[in-house]
Design a protein around this ligand. Structure first.
Ligand SMILES: C[S@@+](CC[C@H](N)C(=O)[O-])C[C@H]1O[C@@H](n2cnc3c(N)ncnc32)[C@H](O)[C@@H]1O
Length: 145
């Protein structure tokens, strides 16, 4: 499928499957918060990370931040999102800062593969960017509808 058919939709699916089906080099920016505290959960949770922290083939060469967007420092404080039925929503202001800091020319298509309650989609729409959301839980997908 062409990337256009994914745009501005929330797909109720496993992101690991869906991302493999998407055309390569089609996403400008990924903003996400994957499930966490998995080491504390029962079952076969995450294993400790043992890599160096650097990704092979990372950080797109043409990607640009808008001027002065790095002036906000590296510790950001936001009020917790309270009016949201999801247990771990992003604060809207956090995602607004992240997407808004990217140049619209080269961050037109924003993917959130762990969409939760839909915060990334709401902010992307407000900033006139295209979004693609993927969320496994039918309950959270209904929340986004
Ligand atoms: C930390 S929450 C994301 C919260 C989101 N940032 C928000 O603002 O509401 C992680 C989400 O990933 C979803 N999830 C877990 N495994 C997934 C998978 N394989 N594919 C897609 N979504 C998945 C969970 O259902 C959960 O809603």
């Amino acid at each position: 499928m062409m990337i256009d058919s994914y745009l501005n939709r929330i797909l109720c699916a496993d992101c690991l499957t869906t991302m493999k089906e998407m055309p390569g080099n089609s996403i400008d920016l990924v903003v996400t918060s994957p499930p966490y505290n998995l080491k504390n959960s029962t079952g076969n949770g995450m294993k400790p990370c043992t890599t160096s922290g650097k990704w092979a083939n990372a950080a797109k060469p043409d990607f640009k931040l808008v001027p002065k967007s790095n002036g906000v420092g590296d510790v950001w404080e936001f009020t917790q999102e309270m009016k949201n039925g999801h247990p771990a929503p992003f604060p809207v202001a956090l995602i607004d800062r992240i997407i808004g800091s990217t140049n619209a020319q080269n961050a037109q298509i924003v993917l959130d593969p762990f969409m939760g309650s839909g915060t990334t989609a709401i902010v992307a729409m407000g900033l006139k960017r295209n979004y693609i959301g993927i969320e496994l839980s039918p309950d959270y997908c209904r929340m986004e509808a």
